[in-house]
Design a protein around this ligand. Sequence first.
Ligand SMILES: Cc1ncc(COP(=O)(O)O)c(C=O)c1O
Length: 436
Amino acid sequence: MAATADYSLTANPGRALPVAVRAEGCRIWTADGREFIDACGGAMVMSLGHRHPRLIEALKRQADEITFTYRFAFSNEPMLELADLIREVSPLDRSWSFFNSSGSESVESAIHLSLLYWQLRGRPSKVELISRYPSYHGSTLGALGLSGSKWRSPFELVLAKNAVAQTPNADIRARRTPAEELEFAVGELEDAIARRGAEHVAAVFLEPISGASAAAVVPPDGYLERVREVCDRYEVLMICDETITGFGRTGTWFGVDHWNVKPDVLTFAKGVTSGVVPFSGMVVAGNIADVFVASEHGFPVGHTFSGYPLGCAVGAELIRTIRDEGLLANAQAMGARLRAGLDQIALASPHIGQVRGLGLLQGIELVQDRESLEPLPGASLRVTDAARSNGLMIYSCPTPFGRRVIESIMLAPPLTITPADVDLILDRLADAIGAA
Ligand SMILES: Cc1ncc(COP(=O)(O)O)c(C=O)c1O
């Protein structure tokens, strides 16, 4: 039976959005008969596109067996299997995993873990967290406290002020060389730790490649390795939020795999189940997990749905599918094709200040002109609207940064994308940028 009206309290109450009724791969169809190419997976969720048959089959298989276990009473087979598979694909040594239902929840779990870790190590004064701006780590108050993002503002008075170090390469107007940027950004982090006193700092949180807040900003080579050194020197945990970059998005299993670095903890979400069920997790290096394994209560903090069998079954099948279908290689090849096309579009537009990203996570910063590189006010929403009118879904990332709002858009098509669909995305995007 059709609803009589829209009473869902969303960001658009009363302003009806198109009703999506079916989706497959990178296409979405609406009740009024329109077709959209989904080039951003909503919010960078659709790693294998919509309704990948292997993921749907894994969901059905598991639903026929058992759909819920409570973590204090039972384990479940897909959870054991997924933690095992993650050991094979994660860059962390001897990794252990803990599963949740959203990116924010897993960031909260990483906060819990970092505070408990130092308590168990007999260093209870290490309670401060440091993160960067711009950044986004989630909407729960702990994760929002870590975020250097516009979403903070209504809640600023109750949020922790963790986002105090600048993200490298986030300000293209600074025109620093990669070597200068490296020193600048590592200095930002060291200064932040020094200001709080290393004896008070528990962990540094960062997105290895920026997502929603900074549109695919990539750090200079050597940055993450230097962050690792700083964290080791000051005895601070290094926690990488791979909510967007996990599971192949940038052409490697995890974003950090582009560099020679092993964080202490990784968080992931979104792409791990490609939108089939809400699911997320945290991967912990063996030497950190050992402390919990040896303790009386292990890692006791979580959520009712931690270790949800349906999510674990789909996540395990996603890893097998990426392997069996060679999807990391496809993400690299299609990412290169997408990037080449975006670079061409940039040559033709004076309003594109930078194209950036890795693999199938690509961002475009929109500017008034290439000389000043000043942001073009409202441009990201205008381009996103024009693209939508043209049947193309892209992600807009207007981000407050000092006295400016940086204007950028982001693309994140599925790892399964074909060359023809990459070309279609590029054609529609070029039209949208022209029209906007
Ligand atoms: C890097 C990062 N961390 C955490 C989150 C929060 O994830 P969720 O919205 O699933 O809670 C997001 C969401 O966009 C994200 O991009």
